[in-house]
Design a protein around this ligand. Structure first.
Ligand code: ATP
Ligand code: 3PG
Length: 412
């Protein structure tokens, strides 16, 4: 398990430091407006801790990717982050030019700056090894202006980009609070021994991701409860006439072609551990939720949007008997109240029991707030997507590895 220095070690060594803090504020953008989400709230705690201690906090973050609609400047992000802090975040419309370097130099103790989208600088996404990123102009210029580096961007830690892996080579480097807690909770399935049953609830739309997880960590999990697109694809492999596209949808056939062999292998090898929906829910001609048991389905003629009531009861029982439950992906289209029973039923059951629980996936974890559940009833609600998937499969995260590998420098 990687071991990095945390803010506790940082606090012992520095006072009123100029510290570069990499956050992951990558957010949904609707009609040009950045949507507030858990990432702001969580990172605000790290920023607040550093600013309250009198450090000059220089935040780095990205939004979208070049060529995509959500690739924007970070002025709005500074406003949203300020809303979660007891102080203003000054947006600096530059990344490593004179304006940025001057702003860093002028920052007063306790001041918080947010530089522009690091992905707007070519060095950030250049295809380089971590040590090569350390030599880039972006990293060198900013490192010269700062005393230390904190990486809080766990949810981007699977990316080997300059601002995520370059700085630990040239500055004392620490994990922020988000990095620390996310890493510990999300690695639990790979690193911890649980006395009782370990259950994984698997759903959502990104079937390819979750099928890889099932393939990789089958030995660590006693029960998989399936829903969403993955659930239907496994039903298809088991010979049921579901799991293909109907109407305008295009979510099934492509993922089926890509994963058919793996699905069949996993089902063969782990059939005893896998629980598939017993019934499914759909929208009837009166726009109401209707349910059908698997055995009644001769042909799929309408999209299935949730697991049915019998399945919810069965999955709740499995969760109630579990020592640990990991959730990746929703069991249905919970954004529509009519099709929230599966996702919310399982989350309610987790909240009611005292099992160790991790809920991952940006979309799925939104159900917690939407349906009045209390985040405190879960051991951890992750803000990571791709990094969570990699942690579940036990794959190393390059930015975490870099923090750990550069630790001797940090302690020097
Ligand atoms: N049967 C279904 N048909 C269509 N969409 C579904 C179905 N079941 C679940 N979903 C959708 O799955 C989504 C959640 O899972 P998804 O795989 O997209 O992301 P996630 O794991 O929550 O987040 P991230 O984007 O961070 O990976 C929800 O928005 C929900 O509407
Ligand atoms: O939102 C995320 O999952 C991270 O910020 C990584 O973003 P990316 O997939 O655009 O690299």
């Amino acid at each position: 398990m990687a071991s990095f220095a945390t803010l506790d070690a940082f606090a012992e060594r520095f006072s009123e430091a100029r510290v570069l803090v990499r956050l992951d504020l990558n957010s949904p953008i609707e009609d040009g407006t950045v949507q507030d989400n858990r990432r702001f709230e969580r990172h605000a705690r790290t920023v607040s801790e550093l600013a309250a201690a009198g450090h000059r906090v220089i935040c780095l973050a990205h939004q979208g990717r070049p060529g995509r609609d959500d690739f924007t400047h970070l002025d709005q992000h500074a406003g949203v982050l300020s809303d979660h802090l007891d102080r203003e975040v000054q947006y600096v419309d530059d990344i490593r030019g004179e304006t940025a370097i001057d702003a860093i130099g002028d920052a007063a103790p306790g001041e918080v700056l947010l530089l522009d989208n690091v992905r707007m600088h070519d060095d950030e996404l250049a295809d380089r090894e971590p040590a090569e990123h350390a030599d880039s102009e972006l990293v060198q210029r900013l490192a010269d202006a700062a005393d230390a580096y904190v990486n809080d961007a766990y949810s981007a830690a699977h990316r080997g980009h300059a601002s995520l892996v370059g700085f630990p080579y040239v500055l004392p480097a620490y994990a922020g609070r988000v990095m620390e807690t996310e890493y510990e909770a999300n690695s639990a399935i790979a690193t911890r021994e649980f006395d009782g049953q370990v259950t994984m609830v698997v759903g959502g739309t990104k079937a390819t991701d979750v099928i890889q997880v099932m393939d990789a960590i089958g030995d660590k999990v006693d029960a998989f409860c399936l829903g969403g697109i993955a659930g239907e694809l496994f039903l298809r492999a088991a010979g049921h006439p579901v799991g293909h596209d109907v109407g305008e949808g295009d979510r099934f056939d492509e993922q089926w072609e890509r994963n058919e062999a793996t699905i069949r292998d996993v089902l063969d090898a782990r059939g005893d551990q896998i629980h598939l929906p017993l019934d499914l829910a759909y929208e009837d001609e009166y726009d109401q939720r209707a349910e059908i048991t698997l055995w009644e389905i001769d042909e799929k003629s309408t999209p299935f949007l949730d697991v049915g009531g019998e399945t919810v009861d069965a999955y709740r029982d499995i969760v109630a008997d579990s020592e640990a439950v990991f959730v990746k992906g929703a069991l249905g289209v919970f954004e529509d109240e009519r099709f929230a029973d599966g996702t919310v039923g399982v989350l309610e059951e987790i909240a009611e029991t005292d099992c160790f629980s991790v809920v991952g996936g940006g979309d799925t974890s939104r159900a917690i707030g939407m349906y009045g559940l209390d985040e405190a009833d879960f051991s951890h609600v992750s803000i990571a997507g791709g990094a969570y998937i990699r942690a579940l499969t036990g794959e190393p995260l390059v930015a975490v590895e870099t923090l750990a590998n550069c630790r001797p420098k940090t302690e020097a």
